[in-house]
Write a protein that binds this ligand. Structure first.
Ligand SMILES: [Zn+2]
Ligand SMILES: [Zn+2]
Length: 315
């Protein structure tokens, strides 16, 4: 999910995990929690926002958090995701450079803090916040992300979605039709797709990591089959020219989403077969079931072994 994990981050997680033998769990949580969020906030404070025009009035905004999309027009600006709190000044500058339209609606793709930590600052700047019901529930209550040994407090009141939906919702702002649809639990249980029909832009949130093995948040209901199904559903929403925005990684298209889907389904099937024959998680990892995909997908956020572990536990 949040900040891309390099080797050092994982070493740090490993050290933290072994320290758990000696340290009480509450101390571990206290020590680890601010660290990961702070790492992201520190990175976001220094990272400029890169703006890419996707259509007449729709733009991709990229910084240190999850990928954002902005739509401009007379009804006011729509923004998808809010990155880290420390990115808010740069996001507001990037939005101001697009047009003079007022703030209107911030949409969260899911609850994770690399997509919602900026909510409060943008709400203060005039955005109402729209998300899936489960995003509101999770932001309103303390959450844990087990893989990162991370415990998060409830988000501040100003960061909580002001409007929610549970299945689908259609908006018609600024001359376009925007369809929002909930995915069955995939990366989390709060994931949605956001589809701008006229602009032909589809934001898939963190159900889509373009170019590397995705993080799947087991603690929030995420699971590999949900990820396979979510990418399949997104493929049915996309047309041949649709610009497909992943939660992390470069802008994608139908071909790149198809290869991501095929990788997820292939890894899922291989790991499921190992589990069915009685292999333990460590035995499944040792068999290197992702070997055929590692050159392409294994050099990003998650190591192949970590990805196999998540797939094994959630399949
Ligand atoms: Zn993310
Ligand atoms: Zn996420």
């Amino acid at each position: 999910m949040p900040v891309p994990l390099n080797r050092r981050s994982f070493l740090r997680i490993g050290l933290t995990a072994s320290a758990a033998v000696a340290a009480p769990s509450w101390l571990l949580a206290q020590a680890a929690a601010p660290d990961r969020v702070q790492q992201g906030r520190d990175a976001a404070a220094k990272t400029p926002i890169k703006t890419t025009k996707l259509a007449d009035n729709v733009y991709l905004l990229q910084g240190a958090g999850g990928n954002m999309v902005a739509q401009t027009g007379p009804d006011g600006k729509i923004l998808i995701d809010s990155s880290f709190s420390t990115a808010v000044p740069a996001i507001r500058e990037a939005l101001a450079a697009l047009s003079k339209d007022p703030a209107f609606t911030l949409i969260n793709t899911h609850w994770h803090y690399d997509h919602t930590d900026g909510n409060e600052g943008l709400h203060n700047a005039g955005f109402k916040i729209l998300a899936h019901t489960n995003t509101k529930v999770r932001l309103s209550t303390p959450q844990s992300i087990k893989l990162f040994h991370l415990d998060l407090p409830a988000a501040p009141a100003g960061a909580i979605p002001t409007d929610v939906f549970s299945d689908t919702l259609t908006l018609k702002p600024n001359g376009d039709t925007i369809d929002l649809a909930h995915f069955d639990a995939a990366h989390t249980d709060s994931d949605i797709s956001i589809h701008f029909h006229k602009a032909d832009v589809l934001h898939c949130g963190d159900t889509y990591f373009n170019g590397f093995y995705p993080f799947i948040d087991e603690s929030s209901g995420g699971n590999i089959t949900g990820m396979v199904n979510a990418s399949q559903k997104a493929l049915t929403l996309a047309g041949p020219g649709t610009k497909i925005v992943p939660g992390h990684g470069p802008l994608g298209d139908k071909a790149s989403l198809q290869s991501y889907h095929d990788m997820l389904a292939g890894v899922r099937d291989k790991v499921a077969a190992l589990k069915t024959t009685g292999a333990s998680e460590q035995e499944a990892i040792a068999k290197k079931p992702t070997a055929a995909w590692d050159d392409t997908w294994g050099k990003g956020m998650l190591s192949p072994d970590m990805f196999v572990g998540i797939v094994y536990r959630t399949v």
